[in-house]
Design a protein around this ligand. Structure first.
Ligand code: SF4
Length: 738
């Protein structure tokens, strides 16, 4: 092929459009990577509505990762101490099928688990759900999104009756006040931040509040930076609400007509006086008041958050507390306003749509809902009650199931738990005990491959056709533009082939990913995430499309720019909405709860699960850098990014460094109750005294003894089951004198 192809960046949830041209079609001397492979040319797609032609360093260099260190053939071994041997697909798939049948017969369906990924395309996710939850009858499918945004899912469901971020990126350019909490957007979602930052530079009256214990690049751009102590987010959020209440700055009309639970909420927030909140959060009272004043005086407030909120033992409570502020002030369902979670992965949203967590079913359905299970069983042509009513194992319970021998078969695909899981030494020990692990990925080596009995080569970005949904619900068709390397196959084809070998020929009679997509969108009919109006043909002709996108809407010739059915408040914000073609949820202020009202779900602050003490006096917080992506499976193979971020490090405040006698660059051992790791010191005022920061990207493959997750703990939010990866208690010891 010589023409360029429009597709989506496969890294983060911003979902930037890319235009890819093959090496021979670039019209220039062919660039080659360090292994001699010709490099494809990648530029931003100016026609993509989300990114408007912008890309960050990851998107710009993605082509360099296409050929390097690829897993090309199925491999097997009988035990983890043996080397892998190349086998045929038939041998590998027969072995997998036999293992599943044997475990089903001896231990039952609960002993079979699959751990997938927000890197999947929606079609991969969907076929995996059909195999595990439908055909095998266990809900033991979880994805690495559990570590990333499951608290956002749970919070939306609790407060608004359904998952689904209600906002769109155009809101970044319409807001009077952007409230960024627990998100280093400038580095982790760079193109979202670019759009916001450009707008703020032009509209100096608009405010940017950043809540983060670190002075990140995002915080440097803030009108007001609140460097709260880790774990005090709910204190702050309830404290802002307390002041709004005290000043009478709340939306009585919205509260009365569109919500329930305000009285109980008011009772909770009355304890969060400025004095108490400022002391607990470690901020000045006038700064707290300034934040509340911006909320009070802004016509529209847009909250953005990501892992700093979600990865917490009270993650759902934090999300609900953010949404409470929006309900209190009527800041939802209108331009420039609303609670807006940013997804980490490129298709974590597609995973939510396809039911890719252990408590979900496709089309925003729940495992616990009998009607939802019946609907899916009928559409999948399965016997009644085939789908279990019990939520499956989340990923941490897969790990503990390996420890106890209750998990007999583990299939890991497109994710690298031997770096990304909390309490890494315990995770690795559990993986070593696995009787049979299949690892399906595009790259070799990875840290997790060391724990596998079978390696399956997966086709990666550009080698298969599928769809992905970004944080603002925009679905992009990602076409195949080159052949898979070696014998690699698309993930969905591998799952379907195993399904057929297990006897479910009718259920997996797909010939193309377009057929998978056609079946999937039918299951979204009349759900909040209605995608019935989507098809490959339409996405090809019209480009990326935002949901809700119903078949009924498609049929209307004069469809409105607003997405929701007319209701009590329809047309209220029409004037502003007409500036943009983007769709928001809840523009009619009718929510997905039984009574159509949003719920104030009030929580008191609990704080961190592991509080610093005399033995472990520092709070360690982990995070991401601008260039690297997750566990570096791709970015670790890209020269430019490695030069940008050659090594991990630990940020320490100068006061702490002086007290402990640490010097810049000195090797510091960080110890927690679970493990230890070593990093050179970076002494900086960017971190709050009493806290230290370490990037989470490096695994054993890239930097031995510098794995951040050797230190973290698995305590999780009781509602979302998302682990508190963001904070744990540590001690610091100098390893070398300088
Ligand atoms: Fe890719 Fe995210 Fe960068 Fe956009 S912001 S180019 S989606 S990594």
């Amino acid at each position: 092929m010589t023409d360029s192809v429009k597709t989506l960046c496969p890294y983060c949830g911003v979902g930037c459009g890319l235009e890819v041209t093959p090496p021979a079609g670039s019209g220039r001397a062919t660039n080659r990577d360090s292994q001699g492979n010709p490099i494809w040319k990648v530029v931003g797609d100016r026609s993509h509505p989300s990114s408007q032609g912008m890309v960050c360093v990851k998107g710009a260099t993605i082509a360099e990762s296409l050929d390097k260190d690829r897993l090309k053939y199925p491999m097997m071994r009988d035990s983890l101490t043996e080397p892998f041997r190349r086998v045929s697909w038939d041998q590998a798939l027969d072995q997998i099928t036999q293992q599943i049948q044997s475990v089903l017969a001896t231990q039952g369906a609960d002993a079979v688990c699959m751990y997938g990924s927000g890197q999947f395309q929606t079609e991969d996710y969907y076929v995996a759900q059909k195999l595990i939850k439908g055909c095998l009858g266990t809900n033991n499918f979880d994805a690495n999104s559990r570590l990333c945004m499951s608290s956002a899912v749970a919070g939306y469901i609790q407060s608004l009756g359904s998952d689904g971020p209600p906002c769109c990126y155009d809101d970044l350019e319409l807001t009077d006040c952007a409230f960024l909490i627990g998100t280093n957007t400038a580095e982790c979602h760079p193109i979202v931040f670019n759009r916001l930052h450009k707008y703020l530079k032009k509209n100096t009256r608009a405010k940017l509040i950043v809540v983060d214990p670190r002075t990140t690049k995002t915080a440097e751009a803030a009108t007001l930076h609140l460097a709260i102590k880790p774990g005090t987010d709910i204190d702050l959020l309830n404290g802002i609400a307390h002041l709004l209440m005290r000043w009478g700055k709340f939306d009585t009309f919205f509260i009365d007509e569109c919500t329930t639970g305000f009285t109980q909420y008011a009772e909770v927030i009355r304890y969060y006086t400025p004095e108490v909140v400022a002391r607990k959060c470690g901020i000045r009272i006038d700064h707290l008041e300034e934040a509340a004043k911006y909320w009070a005086e802004s016509e529209n407030v847009l909250s953005l958050w990501s892992m700093g909120v979600n990865q917490s033992s009270e993650g759902t409570a934090k999300v609900c507390s953010i949404i409470n502020l929006h309900l209190m002030t009527g800041n939802i369902g209108k331009p420039g306003a609303g609670p807006f979670s940013l997804t980490g992965q490129p298709n974590a949203m597609g995973g939510r749509e396809a039911g890719g967590l252990s408590h979900l079913l496709p089309g925003y359905r729940s495992i616990k809902n009998a009607q939802h299970r019946t609907e899916i069983e009928k559409l999948w042509n399965l016997p009644e009650n085939r789908i279990s009513s019990f939520p499956g194992r989340d990923v941490w319970r897969m790990i503990t199931g390996l420890e106890t021998g209750d998990v007999g078969f583990l299939w890991i695909a497109a994710t690298n738990p031997a770096v990304s899981m909390p309490d890494l030494e315990r995770t690795k020990a559990a993986l070593l005990k696995s009787p049979f692990t299949v690892y399906q990925d595009a790259y070799d080596p990875t840290e997790t491959a060391a724990y596998a009995h079978v390696l399956l080569p997966a086709a990666q970005w550009g080698e298969k056709t599928g769809t992905m949904t970004n944080s603002e619900r925009v679905v992009t068709l990602c076409p195949k533009f080159r052949e898979p390397l070696g014998e690699a196959k698309p993930d969905w084809e591998i799952f379907a082939e195993v399904g057929r070998r297990l006897g479910f020929t009718e259920q997996f009679n797909f010939k193309t990913s377009a057929e998978v997509h056609r079946e999937f969108v039918q299951l979204t009919h009349r759900r909040p995430c209605d995608m019935t109006g989507l098809s490959y043909e339409r996405l090809q002709q019209e480009g990326p499309i935002q949901w809700p996108c119903s078949i009924e809407e498609l049929k209307q010739t004069n469809n409105s720019l607003n997405n929701t059915t007319p209701g009590l408040f329809s047309g209220l914000f029409k004037g502003k909405d007409e500036k943009t073609k983007a769709k928001r949820l809840y523009t009619n202020w009718k929510f997905n709860t039984p009574d159509g009202r949003a719920k104030f779900v009030a929580f008191h602050a609990k704080g961190l699960a592991e509080i610093p003490d005399a033995q472990y006096p520092f709070v360690l917080t982990v995070g991401r850098l601008y260039g690297h992506w997750h566990t570096m499976t791709r970015t670790g193979r890209i020269e430019k990014i490695n030069k940008m971020h050659p090594l991990p490090f630990i940020e320490i405040h100068p006061k702490d460094a002086e007290r402990l006698g640490f010097k810049e660059g000195q090797l510091i051992e960080v110890r927690s109750r679970r493990g230890k790791a070593q990093f050179p010191a970076m002494i900086t005022k960017a971190i709050t005294p009493g806290c230290v920061f370490v990037p989470m990207h490096w695994g054993a493959l890239w930097a031995d003894d510098a794995e951040a997750n050797s230190l973290t703990h698995p305590e999780s939010c009781p509602i979302s089951l998302e682990p508190e990866l963001k904070a744990c208690a540590v001690q610091l010891v100098a390893v070398t004198a300088l």
